[in-house]
Design a protein around this ligand. Structure first.
Ligand code: HEM
Ligand code: HEM
Length: 248
């Protein structure tokens, strides 16, 4: 059967940028000591996730049919039916997100937002330790959900002999009717998404001072390491910068 277009380019671009930044931040957190200079990259990758999530939320309200949150199947009964179907051989297929991946998508986006917020509070607030446990807890919940998500995609592939994963690459799925397919991949919006994320990443890079291990963003100075004094204040606050320098 001909595979039909269901996921537009902004959704697919979001998926892989989100996965890439998450894997980068998580791998660095697990492998690099948090008082080394290289740990700054953990925070830069994590911070870059902020606008990525914001743009996805906007696209969830204004995107094409299967990108919209209103298309996600979140009714608990549908999730139960889907999970039972794994054992009973139910072959119902979904043009957009199935119930399990709808829940996984909402969970992953929500937990990633919690990571960025708690990370931000640790790097800008007077008491970084207050958010440390929460940051680690949501990171662990997130990695479990990501594992379940990948296992779910693999299980679907084996059960239905259908390469579901390809739908996040070329946007197409099998067993989709003409009425359920979308007409345009919205390529211009996809390219705009990539350009906006790249512009933010460049901005982060330009405002990153590897010597002091700080980044200035949205009028706040974030301390990207454990060896300096955590500091919040207006960007370019020379007194505070001097004070931290004296401490070093
Ligand atoms: C080999 C790896 C992966 C494959 C093949 C894959 C595939 C997919 C597919 C096919 C969907 C849509 C599911 C459906 O139509 O029911 C999806 C959604 C999603 N996946 Fe993955 N995924 C992978 C890895 C990841 C990773 C590592 C993350 C996060 C760190 C992730 C996060 C998400 C999110 C957030 C969604 C919802 C996307 C949206 O609605 O914008 N995925 N994935
Ligand atoms: C995808 C986003 C993120 C993920 C998955 C993530 C994950 C983690 C994990 C697993 C740890 C624990 C490392 C350990 O075992 O000690 C950690 C630590 C840390 N993260 Fe993140 N993080 C993210 C974003 C951020 C952001 C945006 C910031 C700050 C701007 C940040 C700041 C920190 C700091 C300061 C620590 C060290 C805490 C400590 O002293 O143990 N993270 N992160």
């Amino acid at each position: 059967m001909e595979r039909k277009l269901v996921y537009d380019l902004p959704t697919r671009a979001f998926h892989w940028v989100f996965a890439g930044l998450f894997i980068t931040a998580f791998t660095i957190a697990q492998t690099i000591d948090d008082d080394t200079a290289a740990f700054s990259w953990h925070m830069l990758a994590g911070l870059a996730l902020g606008p990525v999530l914001l743009l996805r939320v906007l696209w969830g309200l204004a995107g094409t049919r299967h990108a919209r949150f209103s298309d996600f199947v979140l009714a608990p009964g549908e999730l139960r039916r889907y999970l039972r179907g794994i054992f009973t051989g139910d072959r119902t297929s979904w043009a957009g997100h199935n119930p399990a991946s709808s829940w996984a998508a909402v969970g992953m986006m929500g937990l990633a937002l919690a990571q960025v917020l708690t990370g931000w509070l640790m790097a800008s607030g007077p008491d970084p330790e207050a958010f440390e446990d929460l940051h680690e807890l949501s990171a662990n919940a997130l990695i479990i959900l990501v594992g379940l998500h990948i296992a779910g995609v693999a299980l679907h592939t084996l059960r239905h002999r259908d390469m579901l994963g390809r739908s996040m690459v070329d946007g197409r799925k099998a067993n989709v009717t003409d009425g359920e397919a979308i007409r345009s991949p919205r390529s211009a919006f996809g390219l705009l998404f990539i350009a906006l994320v790249a512009a933010f990443a460049l901005q982060l890079w330009n405002n990153f001072d590897p010597g002091q291990r700080v980044v200035r963003i949205l009028g706040t100075t974030l301390q990207l390491g454990e060896d300096g004094q955590p500091h919040a204040g207006p960007a370019g606050d020379e007194d505070a910068k001097g004070a931290r320098h004296d401490d070093d």
